[in-house]
Design a protein around this ligand. Structure first.
Ligand SMILES: NC(=O)c1ccc[n+]([C@@H]2O[C@H](COP(=O)([O-])OP(=O)(O)OC[C@H]3O[C@@H](n4cnc5c(N)ncnc54)[C@H](O)[C@@H]3O)[C@@H](O)[C@H]2O)c1
Length: 345
């Protein structure tokens, strides 16, 4: 696939300009672009500027409110609900994590559910905000169905990601940010394009049988069998039911009904370590634990052991220096050279 390498700041400007041109207010366009670039910097390109075209299409069709007035209803000392007013999930999630951080600073914990939102991108963005404030962040969002429940033959859950961010004293934060499907659909589509087999366990056919031919994949499989499936249910409970939003097959489609508001839910929780233990000791212990993990001798064929989030952080450092790599087709879309191409993975 032909690619272009470009300074992150320049790509961010292109993406925000595209969104503004489609009617999104300036502040929201800047925030969405910031979250997309966060993902591209970490080489999580599936959730980077690749998505701009889809967002623009949804904006133009009326499926996202370009001037959303996000509001916060504090329902208790450590709880609250953000109403996203059908705006961009990136903006709504940013508002929600800020409120959760404020409550955790004051009262030890902050827990916020979100209603009337839309796709929010890479969850690492939000939990990193908490970790940068020396707090622990947790984020979850439900998504539309593509994953079978363990043992099932048809999709029920989305890729339902869950993320944790934990600060350390000198190390970069621990960031675990993972879908509860074994892989993203994009990886199956890529194997299709490349004519390669996929490992058994990535996806199933229409009967629920595991397949290695990517062309036969109808639904994805949860990671870790019943364990990943169980976590997908948890994500739907916390970000769907607890938020008063839909679950599983009732969640609106990302790539269909572009003129309809998606009404998605999210869940954010922030924990202040100083309400539980000596905060400085906690941060130092995080360093010690992460350093000791990295010293575990690698298995044959493995270079070294990483802690979750570390690989993405290494990419981020490199990409900040050298630029981010995006598909040429995405670059052409962002620079306005093609208007009608569709990017749907
Ligand atoms: N908003 C949405 O609707 C939505 C839906 C699904 C996924 N997503 C996003 O997609 C992104 C990608 O998710 P994913 O599940 O494909 O991620 P992934 O499988 O690439 O990584 C999952 C986690 O494993 C860690 N990891 C990977 N290799 C490792 C190694 N060798 N050693 C230690 N840790 C390692 C990563 O740091 C990461 O925390 C995430 O940002 C997620 O939030 C968003």
């Amino acid at each position: 696939m032909p690619t272009v390498v470009m300074e992150a700041e320049k790509v961010k400007k292109l993406a925000s300009r595209k969104l503004k041109d489609a009617g999104l207010n300036d502040d929201h366009a800047e925030k969405v672009a910031e979250v997309l670039i966060h993902a591209d910097l970490r080489n999580v390109n599936s959730h980077g500027v690749l998505r701009t075209k889809h967002y623009v299409d949804r904006l133009k069709a009326g499926g996202i409110n370009p001037d959303a007035q996000t509001s916060f209803n504090m329902t208790g000392p450590v709880t609250g609900i953000v109403n996203g007013d059908d705006g961009f999930g990136h903006v709504v999630g940013d508002t929600a994590i800020k409120h959760a951080i404020d409550m955790a600073r004051q009262n030890g914990v902050g827990m916020v559910t979100v209603i009337n939102s839309s796709h929010c991108g890479a969850l690492s963005y939000f939990v990193q905000k908490a970790a940068e404030a020396n707090l622990i962040g947790i984020a979850m969002t439900h998504t539309d169905k593509v994953v079978v429940p363990f043992g099932g033959s048809s999709p029920f859950f989305g890729t339902n990601p869950i993320a944790y961010g934990v600060p350390a004293k000198n190390n970069k934060p621990f960031i675990l940010d993972m879908a509860t499907s074994n892989v993203a659909l994009g990886k199956v589509l890529q194997a299709r394009e490349e004519g390669k087999d996929i490992p058994s366990g990535w996806g199933v056919d229409e009967n629920g049988a595991p397949v290695t031919d990517p062309n036969k994949v109808v639904s994805l499989s949860p990671f870790g069998g019943p364990k990943g499936y169980g976590l997908a249910v948890i994500v739907d409970i916390f970000s769907g039911l607890l938020a008063g939003a839909a679950f599983g097959p009732h969640i609106s489609k990302m790539y269909d009904d572009l003129d309809q508001k998606r009404k998605l839910g999210h869940y954010f929780c922030v924990i202040n370590p100083s309400f539980f233990t000596d905060a400085d000791t906690f941060l130092k212990q995080m360093d010690t634990m992460m350093d000791e993990i990295k010293q575990v001798p690698p298995a044959p064929g493995v270079k070294r052991v990483f802690v979750p989030g570390e690989i993405e952080q290494i990419h981020e450092e490199n990409n900040k220096r050298n630029g981010i790599r995006i598909a040429s087709s995405v670059y052409e879309y962002l620079t306005g050279e093609i208007e009608n191409e569709s990017y749907t993975n």
